[in-house]
Design a protein around this ligand. Sequence first.
Ligand SMILES: C[S@@+](CC[C@H](N)C(=O)[O-])C[C@H]1O[C@@H](n2cnc3c(N)ncnc32)[C@H](O)[C@@H]1O
Length: 283
Amino acid sequence: MEGSDHAMNLEQTVAAHYAHGSLEQAILEALAAAGRDVNRLSAADLAPVDEFHVGGRPATIAFAQQFGVRRGMRLLDVGCGLGGAARYFAQEHGCRVDAIDLSDEYVAVANMLAARVGLGDLVFCQQGSALALPFAERSFDAAYLLHVGMNIEDKFGLFAEIRRVLLPSGTLGIYDVMRVNSGELSYPVPWARGPEASFVADAASYRRLLESAGFEVLQERDRRDFALATLEKMRARGASARPAPLGLHIVMGDDAGAKVANMSNDIQRGLIAPTEIICRAVP
Ligand SMILES: C[S@@+](CC[C@H](N)C(=O)[O-])C[C@H]1O[C@@H](n2cnc3c(N)ncnc32)[C@H](O)[C@@H]1O
């Protein structure tokens, strides 16, 4: 009981961290300010704002190549945020994507954006917890989580729950910020205001917990250099006299600069690095 209260409190803290209040309006205004016609949007128009992980759309494309996506696959996006990656897999690879996220607001925006770009019949987002997925056993060919594990303390529970809903031999792809060396992290970071909602673990712990939950790890790739190059470009754009109207600062709020700078410094210092792990459910 105490354990489940703790997990519920953590989920409330995490959802509160990501709450914006008027995100739909803010995104549509920024799209208009960036010269887009909000009544004729494409999934690519949204990419600067709807991919909430280091490297945005280029990171998702690189991840999709590792992940071995195939046309028509039935995918699960765990912790979908605004659904940018789900729309990418639907649009570019013809996948049907079910997606869940703790945040009601993100789910509403994700569904609104899917409808606006004509993907409402391929992408379905709903509010839910990664630790209690609202799907039957063996529902998906593959699942992925992009920058979500940092918010989840019970990673064994997470992986076991994903294993439950995957078909035998189904793929799980992870792209998370992972621990590389010990040392205090600086806060806030994009995924948490402070350490109470941040559970950055090293790749060895991910591998161990994945294996205990019934996965075979196939590949691991450190994305540190890619991350540093991307974050430097982001910093330069933000520091320019006319920063782009459309960007993740809309989603991250007033302290977006501090969140990104803290994460970038800790990547630079060798404490953390975005890392991909691809694994397969052992039949
Ligand atoms: C940094 S954002 C990444 C969003 C998205 N995957 C992307 O890459 O654009 C992390 C997301 O994970 C969601 N999340 C965190 N913990 C979760 C949980 N236990 N269950 C479901 N979603 C969760 C948050 O609500 C947030 O939308």
